[in-house]
Design a protein. Structure first.
Length: 74
């Protein structure tokens, strides 16, 4: 079956197995697609939500803070 224009399916393979990533996007401009949601389905059946909180807003490379916020201390 054909995928809609705003859905991409990518097949990944790696040393530990392989899987398929499906991403739903919206067109922001002719040069940019914004990923709205994505799922990774591994060949062994595991599924991962790639953007459970919605797509991150990334402005500059290196601007993303990968550190989790420290837990509040009482």
């Amino acid at each position: 079956g054909e995928l809609p224009d705003d859905v991409y399916s990518l097949t990944l393979s790696g040393s530990n197995g392989n899987g398929v990533v499906e991403c739903k996007t919206e067109t922001v401009s002719p040069e940019e697609e914004r990923v709205l949601e994505g799922t990774l389905t591994m060949s062994d059946g595991q599924k991962f939500d790639l953007f459970p909180e919605g797509a991150p807003e990334v402005t500059e490379p290196g601007d993303v803070n990968l550190e989790a916020d420290p837990a509040p201390t009482e």
